[in-house]
Design a protein around this ligand. Structure first.
Ligand SMILES: Nc1ncnc2c1ncn2[C@@H]1O[C@H](COP(=O)(O)OP(=O)(O)OP(=O)(O)O)[C@@H](O)[C@H]1O
Ligand SMILES: [Mg+2]
Length: 366
């Protein structure tokens, strides 16, 4: 028997907001419905609340009811958008998130893809732009190989998969295995076309999957468009973090706010549940401290991440209730929290009231 909406609301009454008021009494619960064990909840964030905090309590509470095997939260909110100049190539895109790292192979594309899908699950309109011209991985990770079409001879329609609008150089190559030998200006040209000529339409978040290195791509991007900020991906060990520190410095020089840090491949859980920190520890926190930004999450090495990625269905889509997918969803909620806090904040980066994490100041539209 599915739970009635009244029963779900009664359970949610026990969850309190930052002021200690029940989220039901505070009017934050807009909808709650159970369809065969899949509970869908629509929430307002209200004032001074964190999506990550309320989201995790709502999920915990509903899963504890029994007979509920999945909770999908949709946030109904209005995060102020980035500053959009008169010549902005994507005026309909509220937020541009650059997923970057000085280091190769740390999981940028994995993070970009799953983070995008997580934002979509949370109710946002999303797109994913593969800015890795030399080594595009989005087509493989999302299992898509179509060719974009133009309806008017001028603009390109993005492809779409799992509710995400997509563009990658991989869609334009004759042979996807063919290496791209373009240099500087052509690369910049391709990226600019991806921004200007692709019909992204109205999106809440457009996530850019950047290539490794501190190079041209971020520079040319920052000259063309004002992004909301960057999510920096690192692994815990020092060799990885050295390059990652450089990319943080570069972002800061380019006035791209660092919104947060994701530490990937942080640890491995053995079958007995013991945690092994194979690559050392502390790297993600060190980068976060250096950037003055929150550590958004620590993701374990999980074979399902690679397996699903290779099969073309990222884990957040394939197994949304799995622990690793839930971690990506929590990272997405923290990211939106950080953006919303940065927008209301006017001072220099300071210490967050709640979690002792850095706050980020963002250039926002008035
Ligand atoms: N947490 C994880 N657990 C297991 N495998 C992972 C994890 N994160 C990433 N991988 C795997 O590691 C490989 C590298 O990941 P990914 O392609 O996302 O890195 P990248 O930083 O984008 O690399 P590049 O610098 O080449 O663009 C992929 O095969 C991916 O499936
Ligand atoms: Mg990549």
């Amino acid at each position: 028997m599915p739970h009635s909406s009244d029963a779900l609301i009664a359970a949610l009454r026990t969850v309190v907001d930052a002021a200690g008021v029940s989220i039901v009494d505070a009017g934050l619960v807009k909808e709650a419905a159970d369809a065969d064990g899949r509970v869908a909840v629509t929430l307002d964030v209200g004032e001074g609340n964190s999506r990550a905090a309320i989201g995790s309590r709502v999920r915990e509470t509903l899963l504890a009811l029994g007979g509920v095997d999945r909770v999908d939260i949709r946030w109904r909110d209005d995060v102020p958008g980035r500053a959009i100049a008169a010549d902005d190539p994507m005026p309909g895109v509220k937020h541009i998130i650059l997923v970057m790292s000085g280091k190769g192979g740390v999981g940028k594309s994995t993070t970009a893809t799953n983070l995008t899908l997580a934002l979509h699950r949370l109710g946002y309109r999303v797109g994913l732009l593969d800015a890795d011209i030399y080594g595009p991985s989005i087509p493989t990770m999302l299992g898509i190989s179509g060719r974009p079409v133009s309806t008017d001879g001028k603009h390109i329609e993005p492809l779409e998969r799992f509710g995400v609008k997509l563009m990658s150089i991989g869609f334009l190559l004759e042979d996807p295995k063919q290496a791209v030998i373009w240099r500087g200006p052509m690369l910049t040209g391709a990226l600019q076309q991806f921004m200007k000529d692709v019909q992204w339409g109205n999106l809440d978040f457009l996530v850019f999957d950047l290539p490794p290195g501190t190079g041209d791509v971020a520079l040319s991007l920052s000259q063309r468009v004002r992004s909301t900020g960057a999510v920096v991906v690192t692994t815990p060990q020092n060799v990885a973090t050295d390059d990652v520190f450089k990319s943080v410095s570069m972002a800061q020089k380019l006035e791209i706010p660092v919104l947060g840090v994701v530490e990937n491949m942080s640890y491995f859980l053995d079958p007995a549940g013991l945690r092994h920190e194979i690559f050392g520890k502390g790297g993600g926190q060190a980068v976060a401290d250096f950037a003055g930004a929150p550590l958004l999450g620590q993701l374990p090495i999980d074979t399902t991440v690679r397996e699903w990625g290779d099969k073309g269905t990222p884990v957040v889509q394939a197994a949304p209730q799995s622990p690793i997918a839930q971690m990506f969803i929590a990272i997405a909620e923290r990211l939106v929290d950080t953006i919303a806090e940065g927008a209301e904040d006017t001072g220099l980066p300071t210490i967050d009231r709640s979690g002792g994490q850095g706050r980020v100041r963002l250039p926002m539209a008035k």
